[in-house]
Design a protein around this ligand. Structure first.
Ligand code: FES
Length: 101
C-alpha cells in the first residue's frame, strides 16, 4: 500500500495529546506519546467512540466515552485484548505526515 499525505507536520498534536484527521474516507487518530507519533483507526471498537478526542494516559489513547485504553503500537485494548484497532505505519518527510493506509 502506498503512503498518503495525512497532514502537515505543523498540524500534529502536542506531546501527550491525540487528534483526528480525515484520510481516504476514514478518520485517523494521531497520538503523540512522548514525542513519538502513531496512527490508528479513530473508531473505538467498544461502542464507536472517537479515539482522537481522547486523552493519552500511560502511553495509551483513552477513549473519551467509557475510558477504554488503546495501545498505540499494538492497537489492543487493556479492557479486552481480543479487540484490536488498526495501527498504520507513519513517517514524516519534508514537513509532511504520511501514513500507509
Ligand atoms: S466507546 Fe470507547 S470506551 Fe466505549
Amino acid at each position: 500500500m502506498p503512503f498518503v499525505k495525512l497532514a502537515d507536520q505543523s498540524d500534529l498534536p502536542p506531546i501527550d495529546e491525540a487528534k483526528e484527521f480525515p484520510c481516504n474516507g476514514k478518520t485517523i487518530c494521531i497520538a503523540n506519546v512522548n514525542g513519538s507519533y502513531s496512527a490508528m483507526d479513530n473508531i473505538c471498537l467498544h461502542r464507536g467512540g472517537p479515539l482522537g478526542q481522547g486523552m493519552i494516559e500511560d502511553g495509551k489513547v483513552v477513549c473519551p466515552w467509557h475510558g477504554w485504553a488503546w495501545d498505540t503500537e499494538t492497537g489492543r485494548a487493556d479492557q479486552d485484548p481480543r479487540m484490536q484497532v488498526a495501527v498504520y505505519p507513519l513517517k514524516i518527510e519534508n514537513g509532511e505526515v504520511l501514513v500507509e493506509i
